[in-house]
Write a protein that binds this ligand. Sequence first.
Ligand code: UD1
Ligand code: MG
Length: 460
Amino acid sequence: MATNHPLNIVILAAGMGKRMHSNLPKVLHTLAGRPLLAHVLQAARALSPAKIIVVTGHEATLLREAVAAPDVVFVNQSPQLGTGHAVQQALPELAAGGKTLVLLGDVPLIQPKTLQPLIDGPVNHVSVMTAMLTDPTGYGRIVRDARKKVKCVVEHKDATRAQHKICEINTGIFCYPTARLGKWLGQLKPDNAQKEYYITDVLPMALKDKVPVEGVVCGDAAQVEGVNNRAQLAQLERVHQQRLATRLLEQGVAIADPARFDVRGDMTCGHDVAIDVGCIFEGKVTLGDRVRIGAHCVLRDINIAADTIIEPFSHLTQAKIGANCRIGPYTRIRPGTQLADEVHIGNFVEVKASDIGHGTKASHLTYIGDSTVGRNVNVGAGTITCNYDGANKHRTVIEDDVFIGSDTQLVAPVTVRRGATIGAGATVTREAPANQLTLSRAKQLSVPGWKRPVKIKKEG
Ligand code: UD1
Ligand code: MG
């Protein structure tokens, strides 16, 4: 947008959202893992405005902390006397001239491309985005005149029975000539069912001033649906997830059931990736070619190289997983873990802040924390790295080709040298030398003539 026609974007987010029945302000409730307001801000930024102004009120501090950014100006609206009153609070911050686009913080799925026609028109125009809904209950209705021109908006609570039948609704998204806004907002009166200053009442004022009002119908209702209660939030979450799933399906990802698929961040997939039902992907997730994710896995900030299989019910956070690995079922990988290629981490194994070398296996019931494990190591069932002494964490180093027998405790800091074998049931507190068998168990003893106790019969 040219600098002589700056674009302001005002996002209304001061309301508390009574209908959510929550202590959290409505616009901080999350959709796809991010606050509703963050979604609206993302759409706003994509339009490269001169200014973004967020109107806060209810729980203003919490809200500001949640979405603070150098390009966002906050203004306070207290008390909250309606959407018109909210925009009025932003007036002193508006860049003069050009247009002011008003977005609602509780309409999260709006896309920049959809907003473009509103800001592309002549400066001295008012445009309102509308939508046709099969169930328009609760929304303001668009009243058009005999020539189908937008006349005004009537709130559901103020509407007549005949007006309730109108299916074209006000999305709450408007674009105004900035220079005119101050005058119009100054004339608003709270003479309606909610005793609020409605931004929608500006439309008849614009028409009276011979400023054309244009209704732009949005063909994609979900993009303009507002979140006023938890049911609507859950519905929009599904719509959003379905859309993300469709995009990935189109790219060739095999999603077993798009209705049981959740992305709460950014997901990138290679060729022939397969994802079973009930998985959640959070943060930045990258899956290489032919990676398979079993049912009910949770992956957060994970990078997985080609051909790796994650078996069901595994939970992986902030880790880098090599190619051709086999993880799970029931594996937990915690932050700071790196697995080289062809590693096998099996059921009920937890790995934290550790580097695991090529071809190493820990197949059952093990904890590996703060460790460096070499190549081709076999970690027996029930092995524990005792990394915490009650005050500090220490590292365990296991070099290449080590075999660790079952039920071993490695008390860190400790090193097991290359090719060492640790006999089952050992408690290793000192360095285990290379290529030797290290044991730390008492000699096995059998007691000749020993008899099992027998139950004493009670008399009577
Ligand atoms: C509003 C519109 C309605 C439209 C609907 C679309 C008005 C009068 N009504 O109704 O025509 O169909 O949105 O979703 O504009 N807010 C403030 N300060 C206030 C009041 C609200 O910042 O004093 C903010 C809220 O935080 C919210 C947004 O404005 O993000 C909309 O408020 P809400 O109470 O949800 O209005 P609706 O009843 O949905
Ligand atoms: Mg609303």
